[in-house]
Design a binder for this molecule. Structure first.
Ligand SMILES: Cc1cc2nc3c(=O)[nH]c(=O)nc-3n(C[C@H](O)[C@H](O)[C@H](O)COP(=O)(O)OP(=O)(O)OC[C@H]3O[C@@H](n4cnc5c(N)ncnc54)[C@H](O)[C@@H]3O)c2cc1C
Length: 302
């Protein structure tokens, strides 16, 4: 029986783990990966103390900090179910079963899928959800970035140095991403922007060769060898059924990171806290760990 199990090792989970370790409570971190979305970010220019750092570099620094402590860490392990039974929180994973007095859910978000023909077939054969990870594969090629928010703009900007031509396909009439990124995208000669345009199919043979797009009644074929799907994120909250969530599936928390179930806490992008940023997730993670510390004392189990 651990004092606390932390699900996820992104900025929120890692920071929660560091704070919990410094309070000397027994803890286990279970995560599919280390770094979370931070490791997928391109250039990070808004994490306090760093005027500029790449996402993978920042994630590495987080990991280094985490590993300074003697923390139980289960990597490459996925949580499948969390349940509270009496005073114990039971965590079932794809590899085992664990118990704790408290749990912090810091499982973040994942990419939303397009849901068009060809998406599944060409995943990793020209179609990807991560410009940071896969961008270099498309050196000198024509590519499409699907989306109009920060993730899409960030992907397009990362691809400027790599791809030959970048088409941004945006279903709405304007971008929703930050003005700084909009300005870069609209000023760059390599980038063409197609607003009010929908992708209806991904096509090719062994790998992607073209996409079908639709603007009103006008259908067109756009030859591209790379497709970056950047249409938003969904919270990784399916494995916890009993807590209250909002209509987006984000776990509802109060300012102490408490969920609707005593003993279950949540932090970072998986919660309904507005704005999804590394610095916010890290701050929420620290807050959650401090609340857990107090919870354990009040429940006389520490
Ligand atoms: C392309 C891109 C660029 C970005 N750029 C910036 C930027 O410049 N500045 C900025 O501040 N923010 C940026 N962000 C947002 C930022 O990365 C996130 O807000 C932040 O990483 C959220 O941290 P988190 O710990 O809550 O979740 P995540 O980073 O999503 O981490 C979640 C963790 O939980 C694990 N996990 C998920 N499900 C399970 C499960 N079932 N079992 C076990 N483990 C699980 C994951 O493997 C991961 O380790 C960017 C995001 C993206 C995608």
């Amino acid at each position: 029986m651990f004092d606390v199990i932390i699900v996820g090792a992104g900025p929120a989970g890692i920071t929660a783990a560091i704070y919990a370790a410094r309070k000397k409570i027994s803890l286990l971190v279970i995560s599919k990966d280390i770094g979370g979305q931070a490791a997928l970010s391109g250039d990070v220019e808004n994490y306090t103390g760093y005027q500029f750092i790449s996402g993978p570099e920042l994630a590495f620094k987080f990991e280094e900090h985490l590993r300074k402590f003697d923390i139980g860490l289960k990597e490459n392990e996925a949580v499948e179910e969390i349940k509270k039974i009496n005073n114990s929180i039971q965590v079932k994973t794809d590899k085992g079963f664990y118990e704790a007095r408290a749990v912090i859910v810091a499982s973040g978000k994942r990419s939303r899928e397009l849901g068009v023909p060809g998406e599944k077939e060409f995943k990793n054969h020209g179609l990807t959800y991560c410009a940071t990870c896969d961008g270099p594969i498309f050196s000198g090629k024509d590519v499409a970035v699907i989306g109009g928010g920060n993730s899409a703009l960030d992907a397009a900007i990362q691809l400027i140095k790599i791809a030959n031509k970048i088409h941004i396909i945006n279903i709405t009439s304007d971008f929703t991403g930050d003005q700084v990124m909009r300005d870069i995208v609209t000023a760059n000669q390599k980038i063409t922007v197609l607003h009010n345009t929908q992708v209806t199919a991904i096509e090719g043979s062994k790998a992607v060769t073209e996409i079908k797009i639709k603007n009103g009644n006008k259908e067109e074929i756009l030859p591209v060898e790379g497709v970056f799907v950047e249409i938003g994120l969904i919270p990784n909250s399916e494995f916890i059924k009993d807590v209250e969530k909002n209509k987006l599936g984000e776990i509802k928390v109060n300012s102490y990171n408490e969920t609707s179930i005593p003993g279950i806490f949540a932090a970072g992008d998986v919660t309904d806290v507005p704005e999804k940023q590394i610095v916010i997730a890290a701050g929420e993670g620290s807050k959650a760990a401090l609340t857990v510390f107090r919870y354990l004392i009040h429940n006389q189990v520490s």
